[in-house]
Every structure is written in C-alpha cells, then in structure tokens.
Design a binder for this molecule. Structure first.
Ligand code: ATP
Ligand code: MG
Ligand code: FE
Length: 355
C-alpha cells in the first residue's frame, strides 16, 4: 500500500510517501523565514505559501521516485487541528488527487500523527501513554491503538511550546525560540527556586503554562540586561561574562520548571494507567534536552520503554501524516470527498467510514 501524506496545518508544507509502513521519500518546505519578521505565523501568508509550494513539492516527490499519481493507493491529509486556511489548502489538494486518481482519502488528526510518528523507526506497543508537547498543544492521551485515543489531560491555557517561544521572545531570541532556549539553558546552572512550578498541587492531569510565562517576563523586566539586542545577539558594549551566565542560568531554570511540570503529571497518569506498555512523547518540545531526560527518568521508574520520534519527526512533517494515514487505511478507515477541516477542538472520528 502506497500512502501519500500531506501536512499543511501551520507553517510547514510537508509531503511524504510511506509504502507498507515504511518511509520511502519526503519533502518539507518550512515557512519559518517568511514569518520570522512578524515574530509569529501570519495565517493568510501561510495559506498562500502552502498553495504555492504544494504542487511543486508533489511533482518533485513523484519524479524523484519515478512514480505517477496512479501509483498512489491512499491520500492522507492533516485535517486538524491547525489554521483553517492552511488546512483547507492541504485538504483541497488531497481531495483533488483522490478524486482524479481514485485513491482512498483519509483525514488524519495532526496530533495523533505526532504521537504515532515514532512507529516509522521503531515498533509501537499498545496500550501506551502518549504525551504531546508541541507549539499549540500539551495533551496526555491513553492510546489504546493507533486509531483509538482518549484524552486524559490538557493545558488549560498556553502550550508548552508557546511557553518556550514567549520566553524566547521576551529576551529577543528569534522565533521560534524553543531550540535556542534549550541550547542556551544547557550552558547554565539550574536555580530550582527562581520560578515556581505552578498547577501541580491538584489531582488532575491538566497543565497550565501561562503563569510561568508571566514569571519569566516579570523576571526579564526586572533584569533588562539579560535581553539580547534586536538581532537576538549579545550587545558587545555591555555584555559581560556575568550577564551571559545569568541569562543562561535563567533559561536553565525555566527549562527545569517545564520538565518538572511534565514529570509530575506524566507520573500521575502512569500511576493511574498501570497497564500501559510504553510512554510515547512527541511534538516539537519533545526535541528539548531537559524534557527528554526527565521523561527517560519517568519511563525508567515505571519500567517501560520511552518512545521518542527521531529529531526530524518531532516537528511538523509529511511523513507522520503519511504513516498515520497508512495505519488508518490499514484498519479499514477512509473518508468521503465531503471531508471537512477541523481547525480547533476535538478532531472526532465519528465521520470515519469503516469497511
Ligand atoms: P501543533 O502540532 O500543536 O499544532 P506545531 O506543530 O506548530 O503545533 P511543533 O512543530 O510540533 O508544533 O513544535 C514547534 C514547537 O516546538 C515550537 O514552539 C518550538 O519552539 C518548539 N521546540 C522545537 N525545538 C525545541 C527544543 N529543543 N526545546 C524546546 N522547544 C522546542
Ligand atoms: Mg512548525
Ligand atoms: Fe504539529
């Protein structure tokens, strides 16, 4: 079964081909540079970029593999969550392909796709606990099978990735700053008392990250020397070794709080779901070094394997959509041409057609 995956939910245009569960080729066009000047994704510009780039990537992908449209059995597309206009670009492209070639159409939940992406390089075991830490979401799922997810907890305000990006922005680090916060934090020393670890003294599995963001912004306002210049670089006239290390220490302490919050809630979820066979952690923030090591510790204590997608599969890509589409199609699911985008909220499987 040859499955084409199409990702266009935000600022990455991704196309990939998965044959019988194995990735054979992929194309990715990032719009990061296009949006960087605005300090965040501009939805209308993002949609237009997808429209411009999709046919080009598609033609290149098929040409390089010496394949034609007729070879594609399944067209999988991210149907949400994401930006409405962006999703529609991918969805309409997918529908056109499915209609003209007779391929099966499958609408994929972008968040589930993040969590099953690791299946491309290792065998997944179910049931599993899934932790999605991305730019727009922080979700804990009980994953019964690749097509059956139950949401156990979620962020009540900002996502983990947003906390990273806003921390970066408050210091003038370029967007998206998560990786830079990680890299600079690695050079610093953690002060566990610098920031409180909010919303852990309760018995739920939800998260809150907005208080942490405010704490960081307040701290930076009180220590303006920690800010970088408009280009995101230290000012050579004023930067001293003390300032550099104070900045790195602050970012290390921020990283620590994010890790600690995740640790408390994920441990709680595992205590309540003893039967799970693995802990899957995915999404852009799963690339974070502190998150990775904290989650490794948790999995260790529960004597289950930690499953992390390889780095390039952590952020948005077409391969994860192709793989999730393959898993759904293999289980007999498909959609009609009336498939709709679901920009926000639960991407419900109620409209799946199952043979
Ligand atoms: P969603 O899937 O929720 O719609 P998204 O797809 O935009 O959101 P991803 O692409 O999965 O999100 O992740 C992007 C986020 O990951 C950004 O917030 C970015 O700053 C963050 N990120 C990437 N690398 C790291 C890192 N090493 N440490 C912390 N954050 C990181
Ligand atoms: Mg992105
Ligand atoms: Fe994503």
């Amino acid at each position: 079964m040859l499955c084409l995956g199409i990702e266009s939910s935000c600022d990455e245009t991704g196309l990939a081909l998965v044959r019988d569960g194995r990735l054979i080729a992929e194309k990715l066009a990032s719009q990061v540079d296009v949006h960087a000047v605005f300090g965040g994704v501009v939805p209308e510009i993002a949609s237009r970029e997808h429209l411009r780039v999709l046919p080009v990537l598609f033609r290149e992908l098929l040409k390089e593999q010496s394949l034609t449209v007729a070879d594609i059995d399944v067209v999988a597309v991210a149907r949400g969550p994401g930006l409405q206009g962006c999703l529609l670009m991918g969805l309409n492209f997918a529908k056109g392909l499915a209609f003209s070639s007779g391929a099966t159409l499958v609408g994929v939940n972008h968040l589930w796709a993040h969590l099953t992406a690791a299946g491309l390089d290792q065998e997944l075991q179910f049931p599993s606990l899934g932790v999605l830490v991305s730019g727009g979401h922080t979700h804990i799922y009980f994953i019964e099978s690749p097509t059956m997810f139950t949401l156990l907890g979620r962020t009540l305000d900002d996502a983990a990735g947003e906390a990273f990006d806003k921390t970066a922005k408050s210091m003038n680090l370029p967007y998206p700053g998560g990786k830079l916060v990680d890299d600079l934090g690695k050079l610093g020393k953690v002060d566990k008392k610098m920031f409180p670890v909010p919303y852990i003294k309760n018995d739920n599995l939800d998260f809150s990250f907005s208080g942490l963001k405010t704490a960081v912004v307040t701290y930076v306002n009180a220590h303006p020397e920690l800010r970088l210049d408009a280009m995101g670089l230290p000012d050579p006239a004023t930067e001293s070794a003390e300032i550099t290390s104070a900045r790195n220490n602050m970012l290390a302490s921020f990283n620590y709080v994010v890790g600690r919050k995740l640790e408390v809630k994920v441990e709680r979820a595992l205590k309540r779901n003893r039967g799970v066979k693995s802990l899957i952690v995915a999404g852009g923030v799963a690339a974070n070094s502190v998150v990775r090591s904290v989650m490794a510790g948790v999995a260790d204590r529960f004597a289950i394997p930690l499953v992390l997608p390889s780095m390039h599969l952590c952020t948005d890509n077409g391969a994860m959509i192709a793989y999730a589409g393959y898993l759904m199609a293999e289980s007999g699911y498909r959609h009609g041409l009336d498939l709709e985008a679901i920009p926000r909220g639960r991407v419900v499987p109620s409209d799946w057609i199952c043979d």
